[in-house]
Design a protein around this ligand. Sequence first.
Ligand code: C2E
Ligand code: MG
Ligand code: MG
Ligand code: MG
Length: 277
Amino acid sequence: ARKRSEPGGCAFYNNALAAQRSRELYLRNRLSLAIERNELYLVFQPLFATNNDKPAALEALLRWRTNDELVSPTEFIPIAEQNGKIKEIGTWVLEQGFKASKAINQLFPGTTVGINVSLLQFMDDRFITIVEQLLFSTQSQPEYINLEITESAFSLEKQLLIEKVKRLQSMGFMVSIDDFGTGYSSLASVLELSASAIKIDKSFVESLDTKGAVIIDAVIRMAERLGQRVVAEGVEHQWQADTLKKMGVHMIQGFLYAKPMPWPELISFLQQQHESD
Ligand code: C2E
Ligand code: MG
Ligand code: MG
Ligand code: MG
């Protein structure tokens, strides 16, 4: 006789796994047509300078609405990375982000726009060429564009990564390290990269009353000596903003100040902020 090899828990596990797998397949299929169906768009979250509480920068964040569902980038970006689709999506994001930086600088001069770049996209041989072409076609200025790469990027081909960052900086771009503190990179490799700015991950802001403060303090000291800017992400409470300001963080990004918003809303938000001068 056949042994009972599958206890209920295991069957349940298999079902959950199968459901997740079919969800991934569904999203992967729909994602392949997302660009041509105009399902992708960017929203923009303002970042505030701590010295005057004014918006000084934006971060462009990708949104995907498909079949009446808003799918989170934390769900679809990894899927796009798995099948290589991220390169095409990433190029689309760069183009839209470059255009946005040009438009925002005509309205509010000096505003920088942060654009998230996936590691796969960044490491692609054609990345620099694509960026050059887009700068030309959009007529935007790299001085107002901040390319954000996550710390996990450090694990691979460090030398190539460093060269690419230098190349982009020599073209005039800023390059930031995103989600700082969440990867496993050594401090030495972070120093070697000489990024323009460091974005401290939300998780450290959340633990600001305990271990987060120690880490943020160390990052600020390091960044000061290297002439890097420090941005704190995920600030939701006034006490966090107050503490971060005292500690010397240069910019704050978080729901306390502003949520990511579509372009028209962003423009009226920034106009209001400027009128209240
Ligand atoms: P990220 O680059 O670290 O972006 C910051 C995320 O934190 C955004 O989530 C933003 O909405 C959220 N956030 C900002 N302030 C607060 C706050 O006060 N509280 C909380 N709870 N969250 C806050 P979002 O838009 O869901 O994006 C998640 C991640 O997806 C991004 O993290 C980034 O890694 C990735 N992503 C988004 N857009 C793109 C893109 O165009 N390309 C690539 N490659 N990745 C992207
Ligand atoms: Mg980012
Ligand atoms: Mg981040
Ligand atoms: Mg993050």
